[in-house]
Design a protein around this ligand. Sequence first.
Ligand SMILES: [Fe+2]
Length: 262
Amino acid sequence: MEKPTLRVGSVSRMSPEDHARLREQVEAHGCVHLIQTGEQDSPVDTLRALSVHFGDPVFHNLSDEYGIHPIRYIPGYPEYANANVEELGLHTDGSFEKTPPAFMLIHCEAASGEGGDSTLASGDRLYNHLKAAHPDYLAALSAPGAFTIWRDDRMAERSVFTQMGKRIRLAYRSGYDVRIDIREDAVEAFHHVRDWLLQPENFVRFKLQPGETLIFDNMRMLHGRTAFSRDSNRSLYGLWCNGVSGDGNAVSCGIDPGRLAA
Ligand SMILES: [Fe+2]
């Protein structure tokens, strides 16, 4: 799969053309890896400046007044994947919330020496694969309530692929920190997705470096990370955005079957 890279001087001094290219990359590929080549702004300033394209912040327990939350080992928060060091398989965020976040921005302050690599897979490719090779699986995964997911007091019934107007929203999760019940007629399809996501040609793996930002469409891309040491000083900051901005100018999210068919 393709992960586009965009190089800019400093985020705070991006030109209107830089901003337009950023939007184009996310629209075209569902993600962009932004590298600052000049003086770096603070993680908070960087994320706030970039988020103007992706809607309003989505807040949660560990986020600050701007919705920005730390992603590093924090003892005492076993329930938060972001505060822990274990491997996280490819997933979308917030599948147990009523409305999952539309976009995620991750900014790297310090990388870990060993491990802590980022992984990314394309929901467009997954959708195309199922449509061409396993339409029965695609139908089973698109049925309402294909899986039910619980995390602490939250629960949601979901499809892996949900039609939202002309777009399709992807939701997928597996792993140690959530409970998932898959509807009987979707079990085989769900396992097929799990196995597809383990094949090296279906994801990219890379290490975010200090000053770099990864932006992705959480309704179209899956993300994960490899394990790292608790002693590592890996420090990232995350910001979820809801894809809805006051000026109506946020980038559109989700898989676009019309684009894929073109
Ligand atoms: Fe995540």
